[in-house]
Ligand binder design. Structure first.
Ligand SMILES: *Cc1c(COP(=O)(O)O)cnc(C)c1O
Length: 481
């Protein structure tokens, strides 16, 4: 795609779409935000959107749809079985992802449930580049475990490695030799979500395929964030510069035996899917879809969303559409990086990731620096980010905290949702918070659910630091919202 150059020489991401439907936002006073935080147990998941200004919690199910997606929703074929909407989706999956057989599921983790129940048993070991929260939960739930095989610099947060999501090929081979028959499949996650939305290279995926063939293992691709991974391959991997998005996507999925995705991200709609070209893989899972999801032609997804998925998948091929989010994220990350604020570099996909371990280097990891930073940032800005650190981790069987590799606050940039001035506002408030970072204190759990505790868990500050932060805000910003 040709780039638009500015006469000023500035690099500014330019929106190649216009706004036609808007939703009013709520920027409440900081005093109300402090009350809201207390009501939410200092967990940004539990905030009401009436108290949130910019919702950067997630890019899941929060992306803007195109006019063509919305239009398609009105043509949905309401039928329990044999819906034409599903036929359209099947065709889009085949055209875009190159897979003939499609099992619809209501979202990404539902695919993980079906795959987990089918392939994971007690003692199973799944090698992968990196886990996602729900992936790990489903593998553990079925008695398996995971091995994460990154190259050493992948967890170095500030780096210029363009492909920090690459799996360590040598370690992968060692792992397959060590665990042999206990490995049901190799899992590759496009744009490793939890370590900053970092992509893998095509070369790396090709190398995985060679190993998978050598040891006769199935290769499973989590394609939830594949569109942006493909775009970054085009940007960063010389050999693929001249290829279309369609070529790159098909080359990626063509290397995998089984591909699954969350349509809450890929295709900017809601739903999910498991797809393959091997009838035997399809047959193994087929019976579980009506049991857990719905009939095979809707899988728990509304037919309207299935129409939107079909159109959204095809739009993934449009570079001016798929580039919007990575380009906005790059602007966000580069601006913060230039201001000296610790963020994960290079810019990845799905959002900007602030390194809480550096930002709040005075908060010990067992007081959840990323959780504290997410709460503090919401308090002083109304911007809701998400903790991706030890709160999102788990305890071992003895109840001992397993400290996360990284403590990140993810500021997600849903696709085509925010304007550049809103990004500038987030940068401005984050800069202020960085200057006042010593006022931020730790958190501790008051309510800790046993599974996926980060969603509904409740915490409290270890001191009255939130009031001190509020006081300083009022001193510096007067009566500003
Ligand atoms: C979001 C996500 C999932 C889970 O998808 P849901 O639709 O939220 O259930 C799985 N894998 C990755 C990489 C994701 O980003």
């Amino acid at each position: 795609m040709q780039k638009v150059k500015f006469y000023s020489g500035k690099e500014i991401p330019l929106e190649l779409h216009k706004v036609r439907v808007v939703q009013k936002l709520h920027l409440r006073p900081i005093e109300r935000r402090l009350d809201a935080l207390k009501e939410a147990g200092f967990n940004t998941f539990r905030l009401s959107t009436l108290d949130v200004f910019l919702d950067m919690l997630t890019d899941s199910g929060t992306n803007a749809m195109s006019d063509n997606q919305v239009a398609a929703m009105f043509q949905a074929d309401d039928a329990y079985a044999g819906s034409q909407s599903f036929i359209k989706l099947q065709a889009a999956v085949e055209d875009v992802l190159g897979k003939k057989y499609l099992l619809p599921v209501h979202q990404g983790r539902a695919a993980e449930n079906i795959i987990g129940r089918t392939y994971i048993k007690k003692g199973s070991v799944v090698p992968m580049n990196y886990h996602f929260t729900t992936t790990l939960a489903h593998i553990l739930e079925n008695g398996g475990s995971i091995v994460e095989l990154l190259y050493p610099d992948a967890l170095k947060l500030q780096s210029d490695n363009p492909f920090k999501g690459n799996i360590n090929i040598e370690k992968l081979e060692e792992c397959l030799i060590e665990h042999g028959e206990n490995v049901p499949f190799i899992r590759m996650e496009a744009s490793t979500n939890l370590i900053g939305g970092q992509p893998f290279s095509m070369k790396n995926l090709m190398d995985v395929r060679v190993i998978a063939d050598k040891y006769n293992k199935m290769l499973v691709l989590d394609a939830s964030l594949i569109g942006e991974n493909a775009y970054l391959i085009k940007q960063r991997e010389e050999q693929w510069k001249e290829n279309s998005m369609g070529d790159i996507l098909k080359a990626m999925t063509g290397l995998a035996d089984l591909v699954y995705f969350s349509a809450r991200k890929l295709s900017s709609s809601r739903g999910g899917g498991i797809c393959t070209n091997q009838k035997s893989i399809y047959n193994k899972m087929e019976a579980l879809i009506p049991l857990y999801e719905g009939f095979l032609t809707y899988g728990g997804i509304s037919v309207r969303e299935i129409e939107a998925m079909a159109v959204g998948l095809r739009e993934t091929l449009d570079e001016s559409m798929i580039s919007q989010s990575p380009n906005f994220i790059k602007h966000f990350v580069d601006r913060l990086d230039n201001l000296g604020i610790p963020v994960v570099t290079p810019a990845g996909v799905l959002g900007c990731h602030v390194d809480a371990m550096q930002f709040c280097d005075h908060i010990p990891q067992n007081e959840y620096p990323a959780g504290a930073l997410a709460a503090a940032f919401y308090l002083i800005s109304g911007v809701r980010g998400m903790e991706r650190g030890t709160v999102s981790s788990v305890r071992d069987e003895n109840g001992v905290e397993l400290m996360a590799d990284v403590e990140l606050v993810r500021l997600a940039i849903p696709r085509r949702v925010f304007t550049l001035s809103q990004i500038e506002y987030a940068i401005d408030r984050l800069t202020w918070l960085y200057e006042n970072r010593n006022l931020i204190g730790g958190l501790r759990f008051t309510y800790e659910p046993p599974v996926l505790r980060f969603f509904m868990g409740g915490l409290e500050p270890t001191s009255d630091w939130p009031s001190k932060l509020l006081y300083k805000f009022r001193q510096d910003f007067g009566d500003s919202l």
